[in-house]
Design a protein around this ligand. Structure first.
Ligand code: CTP
Length: 476
């Protein structure tokens, strides 16, 4: 008889689990809670407010059990997926997922596996990782008993990512699990076990059968981890990264000419990403860090006078952004445009370091970055990486000066989210013209005059200037 244990979980979950256990008892079915919930409990990271779904497995019909549980909970919010033998109840912000334990068996007349009813252990061995194959019994006479046939608890203690059975078989069943292995290793700061790692290297190409959306969902969880570079390093070493993001793999490598070498842009990008991760949880700012140097390889040149240069990698990287986002199944809306903008502008702030930089250059940057100027500054500060600490310090000091400059110009000229003080209607009225190219041209000239600092950023000054333009255009 295995040991029953006191579960230190929120009361509402305890009640729910007891209810499910009792309903299962009435059907004569063993039932277990399995997967992420149990794993996170032992990791001490069970966050009652963050839990979205709980997985239950039963020996017998998951659908029958779910129907009866829904009735007992007094809810009609039940979805049944007959083809998969699963059912889902939505209850108090939770998705309760029910499945019957299954096993695969091979019939003599067919090489295709068929899925039959199985035991709890049959179900556990078909799961992705040992740490995700832990379960607790919920039936009354065995409530809280832990079932851990693949030593998941030991792996949690040893911080190890490992598949319950032969990893090649586990990954063959669902190649996305290779991404999940990397994702959990990154989130939890665990190591991938040798055999499991080798199997990923061998089978990385199988990722090709997985939809981009599923891959990207895992990728984004890696990007949002505390130290995302750990995940990207694993994706590179396992060979997974080249399956869906070859441009990033191409950032690798160092060339030496005339004794001069450039940074390895892959590892530099990861350093920037980690730096951004320290100051922001925003997924898209993190994506801007991933993308900021993405177009360095095709723009790389060497000249004796200038050494290594990557002219235009900012513009080309911005151009690539929609293409890469589309391929990865990332959104193509304002979030993509934000990343594209930051990639395009990422060299601009540091170019403002020198003393002679005019206010107009600063005004232009504030105007172009709009509301995203603070994020752009975060990205650029994160972009200062060097092995030489003294150099980093010097650059950061210079950067402080740029920030001060931006602040003072902003205060003076109120350029953030700048809107032209003169509207198109007003131009049409003053000029006595209908809508047409002239209106845009005049508006642009007013904007240029303000950005250049020829006139102050006020309505009165802009109106006077408009009158001058009227004169200019009517005598021409
Ligand atoms: N699972 C699996 N293979 C997959 C996906 C999931 O074996 N490709 C199993 C694992 O046992 C997992 C459970 O299904 O624990 C639930 O999956 P999911 O809800 O996606 O993940 P969680 O483990 O709950 O973790 P997280 O919430 O962090 O995604």
């Amino acid at each position: 008889m295995k040991k029953q244990q006191q579960l230190n979980i929120p009361n509402e979950h305890l009640e729910l689990f007891r209810t499910i256990g009792k309903v299962a008892d009435s059907l004569g079915q063993p039932v277990y809670v399995v997967g992420g919930y149990v794993r996170d409990y032992y990791l001490g990271r069970l966050d009652a407010d963050a839990i979205a779904d709980i997985d239950f497995v039963t020996v017998g019909s998951g659908i029958k059990l779910a129907r009866k549980v829904a009735k007992q909970l007094g809810t009609t919010n039940l979805s049944v997926f007959k083809r998969f033998g699963t059912a889902q109840i939505k209850h108090d912000d939770l998705d309760l997922e029910f499945v019957g334990a299954r096993k695969e068996s091979y019939r003599q007349d067919s090489r295709k596996p068929t899925v039959d009813d199985g035991t709890l252990e049959d179900d556990q061995l078909r799961r992705d990782l040992t740490i995700n194959a832990l379960s607790w019994s919920l039936n009354e006479d065995s409530f809280g008993v832990l079932h851990d046939p693949f030593h998941g608890i030991k792996d949690l203690q040893d911080k190890r990512i490992r598949t319950p059975i032969d990893p090649e078989k586990t990954f063959e069943d669902d190649p996305l699990r290779m991404m999940r292995a990397v994702r959990f290793a990154t989130q939890l700061k665990f190591e991938i076990d040798g055999e499991t790692f080798k199997a990923i290297q061998k089978m990385a190409h199988r990722l090709s059968i997985i939809s981009k959306e599923r891959i990207t969902e895992e990728l984004n969880k890696i990007v949002l981890s505390p130290t995302p570079s750990d995940g990207f390093a694993l994706l590179l070493k396992t060979g997974l990264l080249k399956e869906f993001f070859p441009e990033m793999v191409n950032l690798q490598g160092v060339d030496v000419r005339n004794g001069q070498k450039h940074k390895d842009n892959f590892w530099h990008t990861l350093e920037v990403l980690d730096n951004v991760a320290k100051v922001s949880d925003d997924l898209w700012l993190r994506w801007a860090a991933i993308m900021h140097d993405i177009a360095k390889p095709p723009t790389k040149r060497f000249s004796k006078s200038a050494g290594w240069t990557f002219h235009g990698h900012d513009a080309l990287g911005a151009k690539w952004t929609p293409k890469i986002f589309r391929r990865l199944g990332l959104p193509l809306d304002d979030r993509m445009k934000y990343v594209k903008k930051l990639v395009r502008l990422h060299l601009r702030p540091i170019a403002l370091v020198s003393d002679e930089v005019s206010d107009s250059a600063v005004r232009r940057l504030i105007y172009e970055a709009g509301d995203d100027i603070d994020d752009l500054m975060k990205l650029c500060r994160a972009d200062i990486t060097s092995k030489n600490e003294w150099r980093v310090k010097k650059y950061r000091r210079n950067f402080d000066r740029v920030e001060e400059k931006i602040e003072s110009v902003e205060e003076k000229d109120k350029m953030r989210n700048w809107k032209n003080p003169i509207s198109g209607e007003e131009i049409m009225e003053v000029f006595g013209v209908k809508p047409g190219p002239l209106v845009g041209k005049v508006k642009d000239e007013i904007k240029e005059a303000i950005l250049e600092g020829d006139i102050p950023n006020t309505y009165e000054a802009a109106y006077d200037y408009l009158m001058k333009l009227k004169e200019k255009y009517s005598t021409n």
